[in-house]
Design a protein around this ligand. Sequence first.
Ligand code: MG
Length: 220
Amino acid sequence: VKLPGLPELSLGTVYCIGRNYAEHARELGNAVPEEPVVFLKPQSAVALPGSPIRLPAVSKRVDHETEIVIAIGKSGKNVFAGDALALVAGYAVGIDVTARDLQEAAKKKALPWAVAKGFDTFAPISEFVPADRVAEPFELGVTLEVNGQLRQTGKASGMIFPVDALIAYLSGIFTLAPGDLIFTGTPPGVGPLVAGDRLVARLIEGAGESLALLKTSCIS
Ligand code: MG
């Protein structure tokens, strides 16, 4: 699978960061973490532009989490934060679709989130904007409209662990490779999705200029 907008890269590992905005941690009743909360999604969860989100019958509550997504363009291990942005090939907007009821059940039993986060199509992404077209990565933001109503807005400046810190942290554990993705965590405003919902997520810069657009819909 080629990354949309970055055809020289093939999809690698999909890393995700949880609770990276204090306001979102609070809205779900979670403590603000002292180090990044990391989980993974399978490649089969990635939905390319134009593909719908399929809501699994086994969940009664599937939420949207709109996130800035980083595409890694170069291998890296034990990268310093100061060098981290040199690994980035591009930025997109994506949705960390979450079966919230299954996640809550897993949390209560101290079990992993792989099922709640990992269904097919649970990681839709927009086209990637090449990193050299993003002047200020720390001023990126995302918005999400569902059926024309604004549900989420967030700015990278609100992250507890900014993009460079996330790359440094992950590369201290995993060898990052070209084509790997990092979902960087959701700002507040997460909420439920139902079949028929139409979603428009945007990656925005500075005052709100749209850099990338993710249009999708939910099917059962
Ligand atoms: Mg998330």
